[in-house]
Design a protein. Structure first.
Length: 170
């Protein structure tokens, strides 16, 4: 196994760990650490600190704004901890608030970087214009009065332009 350990060494000499995180961002100022309130990154770093498992920042694939949710945010951190990934996942989830869950923990190589290794990002926006908001969708859907929206056909045509894979940076 020495080859495997070498491959997974981080630049600090320890291991690099990749996380997949899901969260309800309602109570957070976003992903990135902020000194004036709770963030997802801050909560993860606090939990890792409690386990004495993190060295420095948890790096996310991207930042989310205040109140934004994620189902599969990828992040990484470096550690000297020898905790097994399954044990680390259970331990983190026992320390994190209920609105943040680590869905997967895996050891990766030093070349992996959550932000720079990302090959794609997927965003979902939900808009509803009828009836009362469903309680289960309340925080995940924008509810508007039907009269405030343009016609359904126009909305469907516009939304159709966004379906698929796009590079909005070129």
């Amino acid at each position: 196994m020495p080859e495997m350990e070498n491959q997974a060494e981080s630049k600090t000499g320890g291991r690099r760990i990749r996380l997949t995180v899901a969260y309800d961002g309602t109570g957070y100022l976003g992903w990135q650490y902020q000194p004036n309130g709770p963030t997802v990154q801050g909560e993860l770093e606090n939990a890792l600190s409690s386990l004495q498992a993190g060295q420095g920042r948890v790096i996310g694939a991207g930042r989310t704004d205040a109140g934004v949710h994620a189902l599969g945010q990828v992040a990484h951190f470096d550690t000297d901890s020898r905790l097994d990934c399954r044990v680390l996942e259970r331990a983190l989830n026992s320390l994190l608030p209920r609105d943040i869950r680590v869905r997967e923990v895996m050891e990766t190589g030093p070349a992996f970087h959550a932000r720079y290794s990302a090959s794609a990002r997927c965003y979902r926006y939900s808009l509803a214009d009828q009836g009362l908001p469903e309680s289960v969708l309340l925080r995940r859907t924008c509810w508007v009065r039907q009269t405030a929206l343009p016609g359904r056909e126009l909305l469907d045509r516009c939304a159709g332009l966004l379906v698929g894979k796009h590079d909005f940076f070129t």
